[in-house]
Ligand binder design. Structure first.
Ligand code: GTP
Ligand code: MG
Length: 436
């Protein structure tokens, strides 16, 4: 049986942990705020968190201790709490507003206001953190970066240990991993960086657990591997909600909305396609984002929320795959077709998973051919599917670009051996390239 309960450690451990924090360069108060999201930690009760909500704080979640009392209100906390309060106020108004044609514009404008406030929240929290805080800012390395996201004890650390050189602590209790652990997977000719992060729980996007930090790591990923176990398949939906709440859109593409700003002349909303709202309603949304003059062009059928997304700075679009670990604990007939089943413990489904990750990352291998060499596969370079020969030249060094306008190619993409192509040509997997 997997124990999903929170460990109950002695409060003494917390006091010692806080004493260690105290000796570091950042002030004690800031550390507590940024690392643990607490404004006020109450013994045996709910704590007041940085976003103004009340719950057990990260210290309580991770250690099970409820013994430490602090009460801090520096400016940044007030500012963040103020933003959270404003969002809450607008959400309360929205809940009371009936939905019909006449209120569409108002609702759109209010939602845009919330999006703007959330943009500000992301800005201020990343300003406050500085660099390297608490092991949450890991340098991207390798050809692509993937992040393992899932509930506590899904087996994320077991998987990264299996796939890479990383040594991430594995245990049967929740929140074994408390920071970002990087590892590097060598697959085909590429290097894929894998980041193991703490478990994600409901309410992560409003700061529960170390939710905000985990979600900010997810924002930097090239691919998210969302992982749970057969007992908790409902976590896929929960995690999607948290990602959505943090402005991370999954397996969707950016809506085709273009903004052409002008200095004067007012704002026109243009759409060749019939939309389900009055175009004038969009003006309020645009104004909220500071667009007062120019043209906002809707190039496809969109919802008001998609327009807000397209204008909001904090929205990112990420691809994700959905993996069920601990497949060894269920019968094969209990598997769902559209999910990827693995067992990190008994090492099944792992090669298939690597291949799926490789395909999802849309990485391609091309081979460089020196001027006096025969075409071959000795010098592989990893590129992205939409990259061009010019991108290859740029990646291997700027001196290649100077004076280079053509390349000879062999293999995939070449109609005949040594075909001369312009640098705007897109790369293909297996293409051999000689810059001339
Ligand atoms: N049966 C089974 N158990 C597994 C498998 N993979 C991991 N476990 C067990 O699940 C427990 C949790 O594993 P971890 O790798 O620490 O899980 P995690 O997702 O990193 O957990 P947190 O760091 O707490 O978020 C450990 O007891 C592992 O041995 C698996 O494929 N099958
Ligand atoms: Mg872990």
């Amino acid at each position: 049986m997997v124990d999903h309960s929170f460990p109950k450690k002695s409060p003494k451990i917390v006091v010692i942990a806080l004493a260690i924090i105290n000796t570091q360069t950042e002030t004690f108060e800031n550390k507590l705020i940024y690392e643990f999201n607490i404004i006020f930690c109450a013994p045996g009760k709910n704590c007041t968190l940085i976003n103004g909500s009340e719950d057990r704080c990260s210290i309580c979640w991770t250690t099970g201790a409820y013994e430490y009392i602090i009460s801090l209100k520096p400016d940044i906390i007030r500012y963040m709490a103020d933003i959270a309060a404003q969002i809450e106020e607008i959400e309360a108004v929205l809940r009371k507003t009936p939905h019909h044609k006449a209120t569409n514009g108002f609702i759109g404008a209010m939602r845009a206001k919330i999006a703007r406030l959330k943009d500000k929240e992301v800005e201020s929290s990343s300003q406050g953190k500085g660099s390297g805080g608490g092991g949450y800012s890991v340098k991207k390395q390798g050809d692509a970066t993937i992040v393992l996201i899932g509930p506590p004890s899904a087996g994320k650390s077991t998987l990264i240990n299996l796939l890479t050189n990383a040594v991430s602590k594995v245990a049967a209790y929740a929140f074994t991993t408390v920071s970002v652990i990087p590892g590097m997977l060598k697959y085909r000719d590429g290097y894929i960086q894998i980041l193991d992060v703490p478990g994600l729980i409901e309410g992560a996007s409003i700061g529960k657990g170390r939710g905000k930090e985990v979600l900010s790591v997810a924002r930097g990923a090239d691919l998210l591997v969302v992982m749970t176990d057969p007992e908790r398949l409902n976590f896929f939906d929960k995690i999607l909600l948290e990602l959505e709440g943090a402005g991370i859109r999954i397996n969707k593409r950016r809506p085709n909305v273009r903004v052409e700003k002008e200095l004067a002349g007012g704002l026109t909303i243009v759409s060749n396609i019939k939309q389900d709202f009055a175009l004038d309603d969009v003006k309020e949304i645009a104004k909220e984002f500071g667009i007062k003059n120019g043209r906002l062009i809707l190039k496809e059928k969109v919802t008001m929320d998609q327009i807000i997304d397209s204008l909001s700075e904090r929205i990112v679009y990420k691809n994700a795959i959905f993996v069920v670990n601990k497949a060894d604990t269920i019968k094969e007939s209990h598997r769902y077709e559209d999910l990827i089943y693995i067992s990190a413990d008994s090492e099944t489904g792992i090669e298939e998973l690597k291949e799926i990750i490789w395909k999802e990352l849309k990485l391609v291998t091309v081979y460089l051919v020196e001027r006096n060499e025969k075409p071959g596969t000795e010098n592989p370079v990893i590129m992205k599917e939409d990259d061009t020969l010019e991108d290859v030249a740029r990646d291997i060094g700027t001196e290649f670009l100077a004076g280079t306008t053509l390349a000879k190619i062999w293999g995939n993409g070449a109609r005949f051996d040594g075909q001369e192509m312009p640098l705007s040509t897109k790369v293909q997997n297996g293409m051999m390239i000689r810059f001339i």
